[in-house]
Design a protein around this ligand. Structure first.
Ligand SMILES: Nc1nc2c(c(=O)[nH]1)N[C@H]1C(S)=C(S)[C@@H](COP(=O)(O)OP(=O)(O)OC[C@H]3O[C@@H](n4cnc5c(N)ncnc54)[C@H](O)[C@@H]3O)O[C@H]1N2
Ligand code: MOO
Length: 394
């Protein structure tokens, strides 16, 4: 059994370098920029009115001023500046040369072609050319593109970007007892839930997911599924990882030539986790117990998928105070499903009394994984502990 941090390092070492993909902006949100993007123009491209009103010269004072033209967004005024004059102007219009201020129309009285200004604010109400960005400004590679970045790239006149491709992840549940949701289970059968939960985690981390047919507990069925999954960046199996007579994942992946990075780690839940390199891709073998599969998916699979896109891959841990005492831990690092609530200085964390790794209902109620290091002594209520928030803080 290897310790969790070492297992994570070995899993992350399985990641291929991010693969480039060129995408138009309408498909680039939530992707990671792999090549820097350079602004192709300056924004605003001209000094622009920030308010609807009148462009004027401060030197002319309160007026009266004669309105000699109009400028609207997309319709510049092309005349010559004159002393004692104003230009009717609308937000976004180029401020004609020679005028140095825009008076808001609320602060102006107009009578025919004549205006008087009652309050001239100290603000010019002009957005100077280039005050947002200039041609040649760069968005650096590595940026995880959010909605404002997409808007910025568009404004920079960059219609497409080179981003990290979504890692292709094939997910394979196995077990003779499993049937698809929506069917009536026969005697001894249960509904296959793990592959859907793990697929959701993989998608959350940015993967493009294929869910494979449920493998039966035979070597032939597993081999069929592995051959369908060829070409994936990552194959994730769920179940069949332990030591029972029907736990065949280790045997079949071994026969297929998997270079194993490790099998079994000092962790609860999730001891029988397996990882390695299979062909050109990575392979993770998650344990079958539904909570174990999800916890391993969060702790190992999501970081691996993020690393394949050049994203930060290690979870951020936070601190909380125990809501009640907990007993000493054994030789495995323990991740306890827990609920958070508001506390005085730090949040309070309340691990569930039942940590059965088959209870999906409790997993779904948890909003944190409380981390208890291997060999941690008993702790009291109020002691400070570390946790991983569920919902993906990296
Ligand atoms: N003698 C030992 N037995 C077990 C050990 C051990 O060390 N020695 N480890 C236990 C631990 S810890 C775990 S975790 C499980 C993991 O075993 P497997 O990965 O081989 O999982 P399965 O046996 O295939 O299934 C376990 C459990 O989960 C249910 N399951 C499996 N797949 C799904 C699915 N896709 N959807 C819903 N439920 C699923 C399955 O029916 C079993 O109840 O081994 C312990 N045993
Ligand atoms: O991983 Mo088993 O992971 O403790 O239920």
């Amino acid at each position: 059994m290897i310790p969790v941090p070492e297992a994570l390092s070995r899993v992350l070492a399985l990641a291929h370098a991010p693969r480039p993909e060129i995408l138009p902006l309408d498909r680039a949100a939530d992707r990671v920029l792999l090549e820097p993007a350079t602004a192709r123009l300056t924004q605003p491209p001209f000094d622009a009115a920030a308010m609807d009103g009148y462009a004027l010269r401060r030197a002319d004072g309160d007026g009266p001023l004669r309105v000699i033209g109009e400028a609207a967004a997309g319709h510049p005024w092309r005349g010559q500046v004159q002393p004692g004059s104003a230009i009717r102007i609308f937000t976004g219009a180029p401020v004609p040369e020679g005028y140095d201020c825009v008076a808001m129309q609320e602060n102006v009285t107009r009578d025919g072609d004549e205006i008087r200004i009652h309050t001239l604010s100290p603000n010019d109400n002009i957005r100077l050319r280039g005050n947002d960005f200039a041609a040649g400004d760069v968005i650096a590679a590595g940026r995880h593109l959010g909605a404002p970045d997409i808007g910025l790239l568009a404004a920079m006149n960059v219609p497409q970007v080179t981003v990290a491709a979504r890692p292709r992840v094939a997910i394979m549940a196995g077990g003779d007892e499993l049937v698809r949701p929506g069917t009536d289970p026969a005697d001894g059968q249960i509904i296959c839930s793990n592959d859907l939960a793990i697929a959701a985690l993989a998608q959350e981390a940015g993967a493009e997911v294929t869910i494979l047919p449920i493998a039966r507990d035979t070597e032939a069925s597993l081999r069929d599924n592995f051959s369908t999954a060829q070409g994936s960046d990552l194959i994730v199996t769920i179940g069949g990882a332990s030591v029972g007579d029907h736990d065949l994942i280790g045997k079949v992946t071994g026969d297929l030539g998997m270079e194993r990075a490790f099998y079994k780690l000092a962790m609860r839940p999730g001891k029988p986790l397996m990882a390695g390199r299979l062909g050109d891709g990575a392979m993770l073998g998650l344990p079958g117990n539904p909570v174990s599969a999800i916890v391993c998916g969060i702790l190992f699979m999501q970081p691996l998928i993020r690393r394949m896109q050049g994203l930060p891959a290690r979870h951020l841990t936070r601190r909380a105070r125990l809501a009640h005492p907990v007993r000493a831990e054994g030789e495995r690092q323990h991740y306890l499903r827990a609920r958070l609530s508001e506390g005085d200085d730090l949040p309070r964390i309340d691990p569930f009394g039942d940590q059965d790794s088959a209870r999906l209902g409790l997993m779904a109620q948890a909003d944190a994984l409380l981390i208890r290091p291997a060999g941690d002594p008993a702790r009291n209520a109020g002691d400070v502990v570390e946790y991983i928030p569920l919902g993906g803080d990296f």
